[in-house]
Design a protein around this ligand. Sequence first.
Ligand code: FE
Ligand code: ZN
Length: 487
Amino acid sequence: MKDALIEFLSEKGVLITPEALDYVEKDVGDINKLRSALSSMEEFPHILGIERIRPILEGEIAEAPLPKPSGEDNFIKVPEIPVKADVARPDINIIRDVTGKSRSTAKVESFLSTFKDRYSRLYRVLRAKPHLKYVRRIGEAVKKRGEEISVIGMVRDVKETGKGFIVSLEDPSGSVEVFFSKETLREKPLLDEVVGVFGRIPLSDRGKKPRMFGKRIVWPDIQPHKMSLSKEKVSVAFISDLHVGSETFLKDAWDSFIRWLRSPEARDISYIIMAGDVVDGIGIYPDQEEELEISDIYEQYTMLAKMVEEIPDRISVIMIPGNHDFVRPAEPQPAFDDDIKKLFSGEVLFAGSPSLIEIHGVKILAYHGTSINDFINVLPGVSYEDPSLALIRMLKSRILAPIYGGKTPLAPEKEDYMVIDEVPDIFVTGHVHSFVKSNYRGVKIINASTWQSQTKYQKMNNFKPDPGVVAIAELDTGRIYEKRFHT
Ligand code: FE
Ligand code: ZN
């Protein structure tokens, strides 16, 4: 039934949000009503969200709000470029995010199920590695005196001693301390990462805790990856951290971005992904109100909705939240609630952070990037100016935010949504207000830039943001290039 509905809608060039699809499936169970309701409509919405579907199915088609005609906006009056006849139809699918699936109860026990899920997902990945073929449960492995053995465990502690490091690993069957000399452990594991260790259990064990001598440590990591390309000539623009409502929002840079989107040069751009902190929010840091131009959260989103209306109609906008947005700060963050969504005219697809989104067959992992703060503290070479090593480490450990109890608030969920199960073609974050584009084992890495100039806080910390940069990915060629709009 689901497939039939998706097929019917895609013939009409309509996108349906996962939520709306769920609603049709569970609460209505009959697509014929929707089909006939849609057939009688003169104009199709681009994106069919739950707020559009509900009135349609409840027989109030006449009252269902139609998207605003684009001539009505009183912003920039640049004529839109004519849409090409062969323009690609929207082809977008949210493969995985927490929206509508959160089972968080905020109890300590539920973190146990998050950990268990993280462990079993990454166990499957590590199990396939060449050095970890003969892996045993820790509880069993520690009894194998004098043998060479592999274990897979979650990192509970890393201590530096005079001669090397002691890494405490834990799995559901037990725990073990693994000693590594400085030469064997060139890269230290981070807390709460899941790693595999190949080593030897000593014949005699005088210590109280089970010990192992580590010879090699293996991360879940990704295999060299070949990017999937789209058949259609389409491009995605990546932006982040608009911070609408802040005094430091760069209106001029935004306006020139909009003018560019309306120019022939940008004709292949069919999608814009916004990687969170789309508004500045309220009460995010002390005395924030002094730096706000709009101090009401709903007015901030209303302003943003007006800005989104300036974007040419051929472009589908996908928005995920960040730590400044009006959703729970704990990650994984779900998509915005209906009271925010309804402020937008229905041309926007809302997803959670993180989200795995497939566009024309290309998989894009979008995550706001709050955990980069934790990486800056523990990983040499990671900075606000250049967070690329943090993104690489996320792909290597296959966890977007490994460390619990750091700066990143994490919610206990039955599943660990922060685990990178599927290797994406493009991985995008934002949050640190700098611009980076790089590549790790074939995965394209982007830290999308901001639309906010230097804040007081950043000035105090001597950080210069790199605003107004847009990364554009050509999905048919895999090329990524940048355009600068802040002068
Ligand atoms: Fe931000
Ligand atoms: Zn942020």
